[in-house]
Design a protein around this ligand. Structure first.
Ligand SMILES: O=C(O)C(=O)C[C@]1(C(=O)O)C=C[C@@H](O)C=C1
Length: 360
């Protein structure tokens, strides 16, 4: 016999009560953790990315369903976010304005119990964290279609901040119209230059005569539709909602798996979480075989590289620095050995940080 609706709802009510009690019990423990941190450290660090990554990984591993592991991890993401806010409310600077994908990435990584602060440029995000005006910052670093965000890599050259996390976000772009847009008279489309590039084929096919105008962010593109009747914007859902726009066509990105990676930047090193990545900047004297020599120790130690980029060094023309991402933590013996070998060969190494691999 099927159970009555009332009976099932009574059972849900009882479980909700238990869940609520347990959540508050957990929050009380997090509060005690904060007291221990304050008592044992003159500069206590409340946000612990390595611990959060371990908790989220465990949630996914032990999950039995029917809810899937990803969904369950998102619940725990928010639970820890709220617990952390009881210890200290995090101020997280991001590449704004409100409604950017970077803000979406910040909330995906930290949960919603943080204060997110929009800033106008990538280097402003770095400076805000360096000055201690924000605890952490979030900046884009690469897109699966368009490649690296040069400005972010270049800013690391002049910053002592550490990478303490990464976030990946599936990026969907929508063609948006404002309340006043006359859809048959559109002569221009606004978006960030990276977005225009990610939608190039779609725009060629569907809006061939329309001028593409690059602006500072997708959110800025969306904002402009407020006072323009013959323009459209390309932006994501967050900007669409924030600026009250209407989607004319959804998901116009050329590649359906279009993904952007973001970095979390902070002032502290992050201990090992068990599944980590390390980012390095390596420069050496320009000579035949330099790149080969730089890469050989990684091969010898069996360390997998996940990214390799070269950028002008900005110290002399035609000299370059290599940005290398690899698996492992800087405290791992084999990575230590790579760093020793590279230094012994006269290269300059800047450790940009070891941090947990993205979990969500
Ligand atoms: O374990 C800690 O250090 C905590 O502060 C607790 C907790 C949690 O809620 O589990 C909260 C914030 C930290 O970023 C990591 C974990």
């Amino acid at each position: 016999m099927t159970e009555s609706l009332d009976n099932l709802r009574n059972q849900i009510d009882a479980l909700d009560q238990q869940l609520q009690d347990l959540l508050n019990e957990r929050a009380t423990l997090a509060h005690k953790v904060a007291e221990v941190k304050i008592a044992t450290d003159p500069n206590p660090v409340f946000y612990r990315p390595e611990r959060e990554a371990q908790v989220l990984r465990r949630v996914k591993e032990r999950n039995q369903g029917p809810l899937d592991g990803e969904t369950m991890a998102r619940f725990f993401r928010e639970i820890m976010s709220a617990c952390l806010a009881l210890e200290q409310r995090m101020k997280v600077a991001f590449l704004g304005p409100e409604g950017t994908f970077t803000q979406q990435a910040a909330l995906k990584h930290f949960g919603h119990a943080v204060e997110s602060v929009p800033l106008g440029a990538i280097d402003e995000v770095f400076r805000e964290v360096e000055a201690g005006a924000a605890h952490y910052g979030v900046v884009p670093v690469e897109n699966s279609t368009e490649g690296v965000v040069n400005h972010t890599l270049d800013t690391f050259m002049s910053s002592e901040l550490k990478i303490c996390g990464e976030v990946e976000l599936r990026i969907h772009h929508h063609l948006l119209a404002g309340k006043h847009t006359q859809r048959d008279k559109v002569t221009r489309v606004y978006s960030h230059q990276q977005t225009l590039a990610q939608c190039r084929q779609w725009l060629d096919a569907h809006m061939p005569g329309v001028e593409r105008i690059a602006v500072s962010s997708n959110a800025e593109a969306a904002r402009r539709l407020k006072d323009e009747w013959n323009a459209m914007a390309i932006a994501g859902e967050m900007a669409e909602e924030l600026y009250g726009l209407e989607a004319v066509q959804r998901n116009i990105e050329d590649r359906p798996d279009n993904t952007t990676r973001f970095l979390i930047i902070g002032r502290q090193d992050t201990p090992a979480s068990g599944k980590d990545k390390t980012s390095l900047m390596i420069s050496g004297k320009n000579r035949p075989g330099l790149l080969f020599e730089v890469l050989a120790p990684f091969r010898d130690e069996g360390i997998n590289l996940t990214r390799l980029e070269s950028r002008p060094s900005r110290t002399a023309n035609w000299s370059y620095v290599f940005f290398v991402d690899c698996e492992g933590h800087k405290e791992d013996a084999n990575l230590q050995s790579v760093l020793d070998k590279l230094e012994a060969a006269g290269n300059t190494i800047k450790l940009l940080g070891s941090y947990p691999k993205a979990v969500l």
